[in-house]
Ligand binder design. Structure first.
Ligand code: 26Q
Length: 822
């Protein structure tokens, strides 16, 4: 209901009139009749208007300055909701809050009505979203390029403890932020036959029988925090070329017309839900070609419009970033366009291509390294296949010159070998810059999987540690803590994150500690209420909130966490002294498993079953609660990171390339229990020994342990560690669920292993250290001033993990973009 009296400023009154105007003109309602959904829609439209006004201006500026542009190609952009981010970035949070309160709503309540844009699986996709926010905040001209999936990552519903998958219908009420650009649609063709012939002394290419779809761009304008430029995220959606391909139809090619229509219908339908894993699916390959071909046609069209056909200048005006190998086909596609469409020779085209592309690797897991079967590749993109063959032939000459006579290197480094196309090698053979996403990860790339390429050209390898945007991951999600920091050290830290370190001097101050702790307590209460509403479990907000939320994967070791909870539970039951001194804990998990990853799904069932057992066992007097948060994603993460006391970052050392959740928890004042893996190593460097709990084998020890000690060590640990054995046996003795077979696979893989190698991920080997570290944490937590100081130190020292720092590093080392002038 609208209030009649108001204390709005004139600017806020104008905003209010704008919103009411949108309700009238867009929804045809008077404000009194508006539903909350309409209020959301009206707010979004007013924000959009403000962005649009800046957009036209910024567009002209970039054009006039002739700026170099970054195109960030990624199959995932996990944006989450945009209303609050945009409002914050326009510096209008207070105005919108005031107006919505005046209208009888609150900003958070309205913001929650927006569907998350869940166009990503996890870390890699969220990183792209943080990057585009920082790029824009730093006034650097950049475009994110991805697919407009009709269905983002599946919605997870837990039924009887099991994960089930439902479609994510995020577009069902429309997308307030996108603008279709039909005038910039392009065609993308698949398959068919390719023949080459000579004409005027040049080789020409003719296609026949190909299948063509239309790529329709939808642009989402993006504003940075207190900045000038408007960048955009371009989402490509597939459409049929004409409703029926009339030409083919009238020529009697009925089947082909239908096929094209069908292809157009499925290409941008759904995001593949595998993370750190690839399967050679034909449709995924087609998605890849669709995105890269559409994007490159657009890039070349834009360049030609502004700069004419002096293609040699392309590297001065354009840099294309390949986010993991998924958009690798951009490389041969650029060769194709430059040669077949623009008439360049191989050498000229190659000179350009090798100065335009840069590539980031995000994983060393061998099952995630993309390789495509030759036959499939040749069938879907025959012309690109021809180009890759020639690239490979030339590459092998270079390899032979550097490693004479070393046949093993040929196979390992080849673009095409063993009946497969290697996407990583295609990148490594071409790009001018390669980077890993943390120091340790980059060291592993250089010493291990990319060693042979590293030796050939060391200069182009970079270590650039990931980061997160502080605007979303503290300013928006933790406004109280943000206000406390602003009041203590001033506002500059949101744009200059190193300034956060000024907080360190307040870490030991009683008054500051009290305020910091009160905010954490309030955030824990919010999560406790959420759990009560969604899980029906009562949570004690004064218990230790210990949170592990991220994709479910064996290497992330949710399993170790569960086994440890079981060990604590057993000990509470059997050891009264321990039970008495046990400080209450709430263990919170959130994780989606790839739908085809059976073991990961079984671990979800295990977590839920363990929760069922422990949460309902009155003997332990509510000392432990185990909660599984359904449908973990960006928006619920925004709540969880503010409420954690302990952040679980416990991957097998050497396996997590960086991690970015670790940074979000740290920023919001959680203390990490973690292995020396990924960016944890650098978090340790920032906060020092006293403010982080490091345990477990180091990455260089992991491989050696398997090699030297093998399964004997596992047998020994099993025999000697009674707490661990007790927990493991619960998996198969009917305590957790009556069916003793249900979790047998989880037991077997740890104790006996797959293919004879027990404990692949060092769960058993790291267990004892993990347990002891947890005991220390419980003890330290109870020394409140000491513990709160640790939490404050984590916030204070997290400035390094701002994605603004990351983007500045990319820009200095790789992209060399200039910020737009005022
Ligand atoms: C590939 C081919 C076919 C289908 C799916 C895929 C695929 C999709 C997603 C392969 C991998 C991914 C995602 C990988 C990922 O998220 N990696 C994470 O990247 C983060 C950002 O750099 C790091 O912080 C994490 O450590 C890393 O696991």
């Amino acid at each position: 209901m609208t209030k009649t009296t108001s204390t709005l400023t004139p600017q806020q009154q104008a905003l209010k009139n704008d919103i009411i105007g949108k309700i009238n003109r867009h929804f045809g309602k008077v404000i009194e009749e508006a539903t909350p959904q309409m209020i959301y829609g009206a707010c979004a439209l007013t924000v959009r208007d403000r962005i649009m006004e800046k957009w036209a201006q910024s567009h002209r500026q970039v054009r006039e300055e002739g700026s170099k542009k970054l195109y960030y190609l990624s199959f995932e952009f996990l944006m989450g909701r945009l209303l609050c981010t945009n409002i914050l970035n326009l510096m209008q949070t207070e105005d919108y809050e005031a107006v919505l309160t005046d209208l009888g709503y609150s900003l958070p309540e309205i913001a929650e009505l927006e569907n998350d844009a869940g166009l990503g699986n996890g870390g890699l996709g969220r990183l792209a979203a943080c990057f585009i926010d920082s790029l824009t905040t730093l006034d650097l001209p950049a475009y994110g390029c991805t697919l407009r999936y009709e269905y983002g990552l599946f919605r997870q519903k837990i039924v009887d403890g099991y994960q089930t998958e439902l479609p994510d219908t995020w577009l069902e009420h429309g997308n307030a932020w996108e603008v279709a650009r039909p005038e910039e649609a392009v065609k993308v063709s698949f398959g068919g036959d390719v023949s080459t012939y000579w004409e005027d002394g040049r080789i020409k290419v003719a296609y026949s029988n190909e299948r063509t779809v239309l790529a329709m761009p939808y642009d989402v304008p993006l504003c940075g925090y207190d900045s000038k430029i408007i960048n955009k995220l371009r989402l490509w959606g597939a459409q049929s070329v004409t409703d029926f391909n009339m030409k083919a139809f009238s020529a009697g090619d009925y089947a082909r017309a239908i096929e094209e229509k069908e292809l157009a219908g499925i290409i941008s339908k759904v995001l593949y839900p595998e993370d750190n894993h690839t399967e050679g699916k034909e449709l995924r390959l087609k998605q890849q070609y669709f995105l890269v071909s559409a994007t490159l046609q657009w890039i070349l069209n834009e360049f030609e419009m502004r700069n004419g056909t002096d293609w040699a200048k392309l590297p001065d005006k354009v840099v294309i970033h390949i986010n993991d190998t998924h958009p690798t086909m951009a490389i041969p596609e650029m060769m194709r366009l430059l040669m077949d469409e623009k008439g360049l020779g191989w050498d000229e085209a190659w000179e350009i291509v090798t100065h335009v592309f840069a590539y980031t690797n995000h994983t060393v897991m061998s099952e995630a390294l993309e390789k495509w079967p030759l036959d499939l590749f040749r069938r879907v993109v025959p012309r690109l296949y021809m180009i890759l063959e020639e690239m490979n032939r030339r590459l092998m000459e270079r390899v032979e010159a550097f490693y004479p006579g070393d046949k093993g290197k040929h196979d390992w480094m080849a673009i095409i070998a063993g009946g497969q196309v290697s996407m990583a090698n295609t990148c490594l053979a071409t790009v001018f810059a390669v980077n890993g996403v943390s120091k340790l990860h980059t060291e592993i790339l250089k010493a291990d999987i990319f060693k042979d390429y590293y030796m050939m050209d060391k200069e182009r390898f970079h270590a650039i540690t990931n980061g997160i945007t502080f605007r979303r991951w503290i300013a928006n999600c933790n406004p109280e803590l943000t206000a406390l920091i602003n009041n203590t050290i001033g506002k500059g830290w949101l744009k200059d994150s190193e300034k956060l370190s000024k907080l360190a001097e307040f870490a030991g101050k009683k008054a500051f500690q009290d305020r910091f702790d009160k905010i954490k307590r309030a955030n824990k209460k919010v999560v406790a209420d959420y759990i009560w509403e969604h899980n029906g479990v009562k949570i004690n907000p004064d218990s230790i909130f210990d949170i592990q939320c991220k994709r479910l994967h064996e290497y992330k070791r949710q399993m170790m966490n569960v086994l440890h909870i079981l060990a604590e539970y057993n000990r509470i039951l059997s050891d009264p002294q321990y039970a008495k001194s046990y400080y209450p804990k709430t263990y919170i998990f959130g994780a989606k498993a790839a739908p085809g990853y059976k073991r990961a799904k079984l671990i979800i069932k295990l977590i839920n079953s363990v929760g069922e057992l422990i949460n309902n066992d009155s003997r332990i007097e509510d000392k432990i609660k185990v909660i599984f948060i359904e449908n973990y994603g960006v928006s619920i993460a925004e709540k969880l990171v503010t409420a954690a006391d302990v952040s679980e970052q416990i991957s097998t050392a050497g396996k997590e390339a960086s991690g970015t959740g670790n940074m979000k928890f740290m920023l919001n004042g959680a203390v990490t229990i973690g292995t020396m893996d990924g960016a944890n190593v650098e978090m340790y460097e920032q906060v020092g020994d006293d403010n982080i709990y490091i345990f477990g084998l180091r990455s260089e020890e992991v491989d050696a342990r398997v090699r030297i000690m093998g399964n004997d060590e596992v047998k020994y640990i099993y025999a000697q560690n009674a707490a661990l054995r007790g927990a493991l046996e619960m998996l198969i003795n009917g305590t957790i669920v009556p069916d003793t077979n249900l979790f047998m696979d989880l037991y077997n893989t740890l104790v006996f292993g797959d293919y004879g190698q027990a404990d692949t991920y060092m769960v058993l080997r790291d267990f004892e250290d993990y347990m002891k570290t947890h005991e220390q944490i419980s003890k330290d937590y109870q020394d409140r001033p000491k513990w709160i100081a640790k939490q404050i130190m984590n916030t204070a020292m997290s400035g390094f993990f701002s994605s603004d720092r990351t983007i500045n590093e990319y820009n200095d080392k790789i992209w060399h973009l200039d910020p737009i002038k005022s």
